[in-house]
Design a protein around this ligand. Structure first.
Ligand code: XLS
Ligand code: NI
Ligand code: NI
Length: 437
């Protein structure tokens, strides 16, 4: 097949001073930071759905993307051709991983058996392409939200046969992910939620979701899949309320149903903000709960209130993200997946390169800045000072469980008043961050 991205060569690291917009200024895959090459810090992945299936359609108009390789005709033949395009892109970009939904890579068939056969045929091609290029699958997932059968949800559908169909679909997607050596498997519950509580038995739906997840865990064990399972929290869109609202809600669900050992989080920036959190909050909360798994890298728009899935270019954001990831010991076997799409107005194939280069560079800068902040140590020292009283005798006794309400009452009756507070110095902290940018 002729090259899909003719005229574009391998994207190289050329350093911050380069004028070449098709080069990396900061992402230098083999450069070592905190003892690890950048490529291993990030494990960057391209998402198949946005990069190779996104059309640019929005609620007000059809697709705009110019994709010369999408010549139409037999959907399976097109899907197979698209595999070559995807791997040409990964190779030229120098990106080590990709992620997919079953229905991104292979077309839906008229029956479940036909769907399975289509997926097998494309998996053969993906496996060959992985072997040829050394590219790897970060995670797979099943699309349980686009087809009309999933109108009321999949694992939480009121229709038991839809639950059964979804189970069969995930079984297959899991097997294909396993066959392709996927490092993980994601559950994003797009339609697992409700629009109207009057017609919804929430308890029953949550019980069903848990039953579904236990079956997934059992099947992974049965086939020997040892990759990491992830939930991808999102509070709403498409549903008014989604059960995997945010990290805290997911952790509560997993513990309630005895699934906490099996599932970590795949955290997406734009979903965090939809839930009313900063990405840094979601990451830090997941980290302290031991469920920080992987991230979907993107960003929203402050003036548009939905999941706009834009490429991340804000270095302040990537600094917050990388600071928190380093603090909790990194992502592997997870990684940084660009769940992001080029704007409808950016319809030429070359825009896919600009978008990913910008995202990778923004993350590389965030990593360098966060590592510099850690090496310098001033920020951590200021935080430690803020909590210094907890290293004193009283604080240590409370933390160790050696005090009670009664003993503390005695202590404070003796003192009469607590020690004076010290300023939180938020502005100083914020100014300090800017010293490293
Ligand atoms: C949608 C989600 C989706 C998941 C994968 O908002 O981000 O793209 O990442 O199903
Ligand atoms: Ni999303
Ligand atoms: Ni996502």
């Amino acid at each position: 097949m002729a090259e899909a991205f003719a005229g574009i060569g391998r994207i190289a690291y050329e350093g911050p001073a380069t004028q070449n917009m098709l080069a990396f200024r900061h992402y230098d895959a083999d450069a070592v930071i905190e003892g690890k090459p950048m490529r291993d810090h990030f494990r960057f992945a391209v998402s198949y759905w946005h990069a190779f299936r996104g059309t640019g359609a929005d609620p007000f108009g059809p697709g705009t993307m110019v994709r010369p390789w999408e010549t139409g005709g037999d959907p399976l033949a097109t899907a197979l051709r698209r595999v070559d395009v995807a791997f040409e892109f990964l190779e030229k970009l120098g990106c080590d991983f990709y992620c997919f939904h079953d229905r991104d890579v292979a077309p839906e068939g008229a029956t479940l058996a036909e769907c399975h056969a289509n997926l097998d045929a494309v998996a053969d091609a993906l496996e060959r392409a992985q072997q040829r290029t050394g590219k790897k699958l970060l995670w797979g997932t099943a699309n349980l939200f686009s087809h009309p059968r999933y109108v009321h949800g999949a694992a939480t559908s009121p229709n038991a046969e839809v639950f059964a169909y979804a189970a069969a679909q995930v079984k297959k997607a899991l097997e294909v992910t396993h066959r392709l050596g996927g490092a993980g498997y994601v559950f994003w519950g797009g339609r697992e939620g409700y629009q109207c509580l009057w017609n919804t038995d929430m308890k029953r739906e949550l019980d069903h979701l848990a039953r579904f997840m236990h079956m997934a865990v059992d099947h992974a064990k049965a086939i020997g899949f040892t990759g990491q399972f992830y939930f991808e929290p999102k509070p709403r869109e498409p549903m008014k309320h989604q059960y995997d609202y945010d990290v805290a809600t997911c952790v509560n669900f997993l513990r309630t149903y005895g699934l906490e050992k099996h599932v970590k989080m795949n955290i997406e920036t734009n979903h965090a903000t939809l839930a009313g959190h900063e990405m840094q909050h979601e990451l830090d909360y997941a980290g302290l709960q031991g469920v920080l798994g992987s991230i979907d890298a993107n960003t929203g728009d402050t003036l548009v209130g939905w999941d706009t899935d834009q490429f991340p270019t804000n270095v302040y954001l990537t600094t917050q993200i990388m600071w928190t990831i380093l603090k909790h010991g990194g992502l592997a076997p997870g990684g940084v997946n660009f769940d992001a799409k080029v704007r409808r107005e950016s319809f030429e194939p070359v825009d896919l390169f600009h978008a990913h280069i910008g995202g990778m560079d923004a993350f590389a800068r965030g990593l360098k800045i966060a590592a510099a902040m850690r090496a310098d140590g001033r920020l951590q020292k200021l935080v430690d000072e803020r909590y210094a009283s907890w290293s004193g005798p009283l604080g240590r006794r409370i933390e160790a469980g050696g005090e009670s309400f009664a003993s503390l009452e005695k202590e404070m009756l003796g003192k009469g008043e607590a020690a004076a507070n010290v300023s939180g110095r938020q502005e100083l902290f914020e100014n300090l961050i800017n010293c490293y940018l």
